[in-house]
Each structure stands twice: as C-alpha cells, then as structure tokens.
Design a protein around this ligand. Structure first.
Ligand code: ADP
Length: 491
C-alpha cells in the first residue's frame, strides 16, 4: 500500500507528468481557440443565410400582398398560411408596437426591439435575433422588422421571422468540435507522457547509478553515450567522478605514505629502547641509543611539521596573510640563515642579480618555499662527484613585459632526469628511494635525508601565490628551479 502511495506521489511530482500536462494545456488552449473560431464563423454564416432567407420571404410576401407602402392585410385569412412557409412567422404591429395580427407556428412573439428613428428608406429593415420557448424547447429565430410607412408617417411594422438554424447545424458542429478536441487532448496527454517518459529515462539511469555510487567505490560511470543535454550532464558527472576518484586515491596513498614514514622511526625507537633495556649497558652504549632516538625524533618532528604545513596549504588562501614584499629581501634572509649549512658542506652560497622585485605574498610561506629549494640544492649538490666547485646561486628579476617576477635557485648538483622531473612535486616522491634516512643507519651516513615532501610544499605555496614552477636540469651539470609570480596590479 505504502509502495503504491509512494509511486503515485512520485508520479504526481514527476517532471514527466508536469511536462505532459503543460503540453496538453497549451495544445488545449490552441484547440479551444481554433474550435471557437470555427464555431463563431459558422454562426456568422448562419446569420448571413437567415438574412438572405428573410429578404427572400419579404419579397414573396410583398408579391403576395401587392405593391404599395401599406399592403392590405385585411384580405389575408387568419388560418390560411399558404403564402407562408410552415416554419416562418408573419406579424403585423401597429405604430404603437402592439401586435395586431400573427401568422405562423408560434402563439406569441418575444419582446422585439423596434427601431425608433425611421428617417430614410435605407434604415427601413432591421434584423433581430431572439429565442422562443415552444413546447419546452428553446428555438432561435431571426426576425426582419420592416416599418410600414405612408409617406413620412409610420403606420406600423411588418415582422417576418424564420428559424435561425433550421437544420440544427450549430449543435452538431459543437458536438463534433467537443469530440475532436477531447480525442486530440487525450491522445496528446498519452503521447506527451510517453515522450516525456522517454526523454526522462536517462535521468532515471543517472539517479539509479548515483544511488549505487558510494564514497568507497567511485569507479562506476554513467556512460550514457548521448549527445543531448542529459548526455552532457552525465559526461560532466563522469568527469567529476574521475576527478573525485583520483583525489580519493591520492588521499589514500598520502595517508598510507605518511603512516609508513612515521612507522619506520617509531619501530627503530622501539627496537633501540628495547635492546638497551633488555640488559645493563655501558654509558657509551646508552649514549648511542639516545642519539639514535633523538635522530629519529628529529626526523619525525620534521615529517609532522611538513605534514602540518601541507595541511595548512591545502586549507587554501585563508591560511595566508598576503602583503606586498620584496622577493630579493626574502632571498637575502634565506641565504643568511643557510650560509653556515652551505659552508659546512663546502658549498658556496651566492647571489646573482637581486634587484627590488615586489610581489604580493605571505612572507612566512615564501620563506619556507625558498628555504626548501635552497636546502635541497645544498643537500643534493654535494652528491655531484664530477664537480669540485660546488655552488648554489639565487637570483631574482622580472620578465621583459614586467608582468612576472621570478626567483631562481641554481645549483651545480647531479641534475634530475626528465622522467623524474614530472613527478618531483608529488607528495613523498623521491628520485632515489633508498636515500631517505641519515644518521639512523650507518650505511647511508653520507646520503641526504628527506621525506619527499619538500617540493610538494614548494608546489603548494607557489600555487597559492598563482605562481608557476619551471625546472631545468642537466645530468651532471646541475638544476635550476624557477618560480614566477604575477606582479601585483599588472597581471
Ligand atoms: P626530499 O625531502 O627527498 O628532498 P623533495 O620533495 O624536497 O624531497 O625532493 C624530491 C626529490 O627531488 C628528492 O628526493 C631529490 O631526489 C630530488 N631533488 C630535489 N631537489 C633537487 C636538486 N636541487 N638537485 C637534484 N635533485 C633534487
């Protein structure tokens, strides 16, 4: 029962029914107006026919009664109606509009509106239409009222009546029209509903498929393969689902990578602590274990900090406090801070041209972006054994159109091959997967540490500043990271 009510309710609220009803309503309006016009034009024709008939009757009567302004009616017998057709009426009225004589099938005539002003012969005849009740039936008559004049004087009126619609054409026409309109509207309602149902069928498919799509299974697609509006809608949904699916899988991958990155140092801490506690150790041994724990702790806090930074960047522009600042100033700050680190690695950290270049940005975020780039440059440059003279150079400037400001970090490091460049900015992506940890395991003591988030952070910060990143690299020669930002007020 509930099911039936639900079905009726959804049918009642369905677009199909509304479309079909609108269609029928508009078609109904058109048909009713058209039928009205047909009916009215037939009535008009009947009027014209009745006028012609009345004029002919008048001529016959005038012939029968003889010529003259005042025909002699006294000679007409009361019952003898041979000069009249059976359905016709003839009546004589005095100048006071009181009926004097009446011939024909009716016992009395309805109230007629007589012409008052009879000035010339053209206004002699007047046509009146009136209904007469005879034997409980309403019959429409057309009357021709002709004033009887004796010179200028009105002597009375001669009234001739005839059936307005002798063959009852109006009724049969009305019946035909009503039947025609109702049959057409019924067919239109059924056809309209069928058409609307057909047009709406893909929507049902979309609804059903959408109900089946859960947030864990985003692999389903509508695949409607239609070029109409609904097909376009389905294609848009399919494209959106593809984007959602890849966003979800990135998210999943990210969570798995983050847990994996945290699990390794936690396991090491656990193992080292367990080993140290399992038996009494020498102070030197305890010191080594504590050092390992501290290193792993550093790695973890670095990772957590990077994850937090990424989460903040993912929150979008709200997390930034933008102001007009000189990117060269920022570059100098970063160089000053990282100079000791570079010196420790025997790397010359230098600047090229640093003109005043103003951009709109968040100081802290841009500082972090440059720090990540320069730290990477320092970290990986030492890996280039072919090159003895290691340098990292920072330069800033504007393009020729002065629409974009750029900052470049160039190193003389090992370079990055083209296949890796496309993935450099993916989260947790490292060119050499084995080079992830320093200090924790003795074999990779000299390898640079990294969690693969540094460039992902650089990318997020650049994007939030509408910046574009360009990487040019040559194996064995070095790498240049260039980030360009729109100059405020111009771009
Ligand atoms: P990581 O924490 O591993 O440094 P990043 O996201 O900063 O992660 O860098 C991703 C990868 O890009 C690194 O693993 C490294 O191999 C490569 N890379 C980044 N900067 C440079 C550079 N200046 N020279 C050579 N390789 C680089």
């Amino acid at each position: 029962m509930n099911n039936i009510i639900h079905r009726f309710d959804s049918l009642f609220h369905s677009i199909r029914l509304r479309l079909a009803l609108w269609f029928v309503f508009i078609l109904g309006l058109v048909l009713v107006s058209f039928s009205g016009l047909v009916y009215l034009s037939r009535v008009h024709e009947l009027q014209a026919e009745s006028v012609t008939r009345l004029a002919a009757r008048l001529e016959e009567i005038e012939k029968f009664l003889g010529e003259g302004d005042i025909p002699s009616f006294s000679s007409v017998p009361d019952s003898g109606q041979s000069f009249l057709r059976p359905e016709d009426i003839l009546a004589i009225y005095g100048s006071d509009q009181v009926q004097q004589r009446l011939w024909g099938p009716l016992s009395s005539l309805p109230q007629l509106n007589f012409p008052m002003q009879i000035t010339n012969s053209e206004s002699r005849h007047v046509i009146r239409y009136a209904s007469v009740i005879s034997e409980n039936q309403k019959i429409d008559y057309a009357f021709l009222i002709t004033p009887l004049l004796s010179g200028e004087n009105l002597k009375g009126y001669i009234v001739i009546g005839t059936l307005f619609d002798p063959t009852e054409q109006r009724q049969s026409l009305l019946l035909t029209l009503i039947m025609f309109v109702s049959i057409l509207l019924t067919v239109a309602l059924a056809g309209g509903f069928w058409l609307a149902d057909r047009a709406m069928r893909p929507v049902k498919v979309i609804t059903r498929t959408a109900q089946q799509i859960s947030e864990t299974d985003l692999s389903r697609r509508f695949n409607l393969q239609k070029k109409d509006e609904i097909g376009q809608l389905a294609d848009t949904f399919d494209a959106m689902l593809t984007r959602l699916e890849s966003a979800f899988s990135r998210q999943k991958q990210f969570t798995a990578d983050a847990s994996h990155e945290l699990r390794t140092p936690l396991t090491i801490v656990n193992l080292e602590a367990g080993r140290a506690l399992s038996a009494p150790r020498t102070p030197k041994e305890y010191q080594r274990v504590l050092q390992v724990i501290q290193t792993e702790n550093d790695l973890m806090s670095h990772l957590v900090n990077d994850l937090l930074t990424l989460a903040r960047m993912d929150a979008g522009h709200e997390s930034l406090q933008k102001e007009i600042l000189d990117i060269s100033d920022l570059a100098l700050e970063v160089i000053e801070r990282l100079e000791p680190l570079a010196a420790r690695q025997n790397i010359v950290l230098e600047t090229d041209d640093l003109p005043e270049v103003l951009i709109l940005g968040d100081r802290k975020a841009l500082n972090q972006m440059l720090t990540n780039l320069v730290e990477n440059a320092i970290k990986y440059t030492t890996q280039n054994e072919a090159e003895r003279d290691h340098r990292v150079t920072i330069s800033t400037g504007c393009d020729l159109s002065l629409k974009f400001a750029w900052v470049r970090v160039t190193d003389t490091g090992p370079g990055i091959s083209a296949e890796h460049i496309t993935h450099l900015f993916d989260r947790f992506y490292r060119v050499d997967k084995s080079r992830t940890r320093t200090g924790a395991d003795t074999e990779s003591e000299s390898a640079p540490s990294g969690n693969g988030l540094g460039l992902a952070i650089v990318n997020s910060i650049a994007l939030l500043h509408d910046g574009k990143i360009k990487v040019t690299s040559e194996i064995g020669q070095g790498t240049t990271f260039e980030i360009s930002f729109p100059v405020p007020g111009l771009a």
